[in-house]
Write a protein that binds this ligand. Sequence first.
Ligand SMILES: Nc1ncnc2c1ncn2[C@@H]1O[C@H](COP(=O)(O)OP(=O)(O)O)[C@@H](O)[C@H]1O
Ligand code: SF4
Ligand SMILES: [Mg+2]
Length: 328
Amino acid sequence: MAEPILSIEDLRVEFDRSEDKVYAVNGVSFQIDPGQALGIVGESGSGKSVTLMSALGLIRENGKVKSGVVQFEGKNLLKMSSRQLEDIRGREIGVIFQDPMTSLNPVMSIGDQIMETMLTHHYAGHREAFDRTIQLLHEMGIPDPKARFKNYPHEFSGGMRQRIMIAIALACEPQLLIADEPTTALDVTVQMQILALLQSQRERKNMSVAIITHDFGVATNFCDKIVVLYAGQVMEMADTSAFIQNPAHPYTLGLKNSIIEVGQRGRKLEPIPGMAPTLTEPPTSCSFADRCPFVTDRCREELPKLRSVESNHLVACHRAEEVLARAN
Ligand SMILES: Nc1ncnc2c1ncn2[C@@H]1O[C@H](COP(=O)(O)OP(=O)(O)O)[C@@H](O)[C@H]1O
Ligand code: SF4
Ligand SMILES: [Mg+2]
């Protein structure tokens, strides 16, 4: 087996607030293999963005990585200087942020922004960077790239801006692309187009992709492997086929049922009743207990460890075997 391109081990991230702390990421571990598309799924606030952004050194000032190892090509990113990380981000790891309007520079033409990425990372000289920008805009499906090069972000639709963000992230041909909710703000048709675009780029370059999404359907359609996060912990991790056939965590069952309901009734229902925990204490019992139809006394007393229930299938639930039997 090839070495993973990215490996996160026991990552813990806390935020200081004036009155208390937020335990946002509580011992998260997973790997991404070369060429693999990994989906990181969970409701809003489950720690998806903080996990990946802290791994890349992009965490707000009140946040602190308390422990963990993040290996990218054999180097621990958490030990790198901000300068070294800046070199890696944009060159070896492309990042697509959630909101293209805040992450694009409003006073710089989109062509210059794509070119700038290549120039600052010494990926190409001026002439080559210009040609590649036109090529990238063309590949991203932006009509008339030469004319649009000089346009500013506000002159594009949301879907087009997202394509420009992807062009910037892909400009230096990264080995790994991290996309944080890349389709959330877009309507369904544009969503599908953007995912198809990412898919074709991935296949052409054998690039690895980590896609953060709260939409379980996006993950099962696009990804080879899925990690489900809840309250800053991995609840389940397996190849996508196992998620479709044998989900073994009650939370995943809820996520899965919610997409079936959306399909059948044509409207979005609240996926799982109840609220996620506030995260102001580190977890000492099952974080999903208050919402879980399988809950027992043990769940409120003992933290379920992530363990193997079948080959390549890890679950953090005391009753995973019963859940598996129920799902089948
Ligand atoms: N700067 C911050 N200060 C305090 N709490 C934060 C900060 N940023 C994120 N959090 C908290 O960390 C948790 C995880 O957030 P995040 O990773 O953004 O969730 P999501 O899964 O929606 O991407 C949430 O409870 C969020 O409120
Ligand atoms: S450990 Fe208990 S409460 Fe937690 S998900 Fe499993 S059955 Fe539900
Ligand atoms: Mg997020």
